[in-house]
Write a protein that binds this ligand. Structure first.
Ligand SMILES: Nc1ncnc2c1ncn2[C@@H]1O[C@H](COP(=O)(O)OP(=O)(O)OP(=O)(O)O)[C@@H](O)[C@H]1O
Length: 345
């Protein structure tokens, strides 16, 4: 048996580049358009990605929208064939041993609507148990246990369409666990859930690790990656740009102070004035729509030296400082440090 539960070795996935809806180069005549050769350009969604995940580990793939997280997961669970490179799940090759790979995995895909809304929670699980050839006696016991564990027993006989988003996600997770797979892939498991439902799912992920499962989860929530993962791969534009434990990743920018300011009346042309202050390493601005103010995120070598000049520059031309904090570096700061942009741009 392989030492690793999951191995991705130089994985690449290219897609044909999507043609713009109405390009100026496209002929106007519909018949000519039909026979026009499509452009041969390709887009690399996953670009030589490698990582190895130990048995019993929670590994987080953290990156912004479009970074290539879902495409990586889809290759690992045999839904997409890699353009090049290989991956092994439980020692099985995702292309040559696809059936064995699928038998080793429980999968929760992002935004998945793979449960039937016109069936009850229990009927859904019974249906999938039959599909996975789990003998009825064993299935019944397991479904009862899962419904109990997911705190869904009292609602098990209601149609899924009556469930909240969090309850549906717990049924999707139950479905992934029905066949007791050793390895679980979770693509954005808390996306769209309210904070309480998201917390419940996170507790379950930690619980599954305690039960011995290996978990690969993707997320663009840095707090989630930080809280759950033993190790994190930070992914951007299809490439893994850093891979380590959350603590070691944050340690990389230990020498820097992180300043978070909230500013009213911010003008984009002020960016240059602030960036030119000595000691400013990185700067990211974000408009907080609901408050109508700007959040300015700075990484500096020495906040004490920079603060007086910073405050003076901010409080000019009708712009003023609403709030300022010197904060402990987060994984978002690591991402900013590595890419010069925010995770949630
Ligand atoms: N079938 C496809 N054809 C063409 N391009 C695709 C296809 N699937 C994904 N892409 C592109 O590949 C890139 C990576 O997408 P992917 O879904 O893997 O990102 P992600 O990190 O999971 O982000 P998100 O959370 O937005 O899904 C994106 O630019 C996306 O538009």
């Amino acid at each position: 048996m392989s030492d690793y539960a999951i191995e991705a070795l130089d994985l690449v996935k290219k897609f044909p580049r999507r043609a713009p809806a109405e390009s100026s180069a496209a002929p106007k005549n519909p018949l000519a358009r039909l026979f026009q050769r499509p452009p041969k350009s390709e887009f690399t969604a996953v670009d030589h990605v490698s990582f190895q995940i130990h048995r019993g580990e929670i590994f987080g793939l953290l990156g912004p929208n479009g970074a290539g997280k879902s495409t990586t997961i889809r290759m690992l669970c045999t839904l997409l064939e890699p353009t090049s490179g290989t991956a092994r799940i439980n020692g099985y090759d995702v292309v040559r041993d696809a059936n064995r790979v699928r038998q080793s995995l429980g999968i929760v895909l992002a935004g998945e609507r793979s449960i039937y809304w016109k069936l009850t929670g229990r009927e859904n699980l019974e249906y999938f148990a039959a599909l996975y050839h789990i003998p009825p006696e064993i299935a019944r016991k397991r479904i009862d246990e899962l419904l109990d564990y997911m705190e869904l027993t009292s609602r098990a006989n209601e149609l899924v369409e009556k469930y909240s988003t969090g309850m549906r996600q717990r049924i999707v997770l139950s479905r992934a666990l029905l066949a007791r797979p050793p390895i679980i892939l979770l693509d954005e498991p808390t996306l769209g859930l309210d904070p309480q439902a998201a917390r419940r799912i996170r507790e379950m992920v930690l619980d599954l690790k305690r039960q011995g499962h290996t978990i690969l989860l993707t997320t663009h929530y840095m707090e989630e990656a930080d809280q759950l993962s033993d190790r994190i791969g930070i992914i951007d534009q299809g490439k893994i740009i850093a891979l380590d434990t959350p603590a070691a990743l944050k340690q990389r920018i230990r020498q820097q102070d992180v300043i978070k300011m909230e500013v009213a009346g911010w003008k984009p042309e002020m960016t240059g004035a602030i960036q030119s202050l000595p000691g400013i390493r990185q700067m990211v601005t974000r408009f907080l729509e609901q408050d109508g103010i700007w959040e300015i995120h700075l990484q500096t070598e020495n906040s004490r030296a920079v603060l007086p000049h910073l405050i003076e520059r901010v409080n000019t031309n009708g712009t003023h400082l609403v709030n300022l904090n010197i904060v402990a570096p987060t994984l978002e700061d690591v991402f900013i440090h590595l890419t010069g942009k925010a995770l949630r741009d």
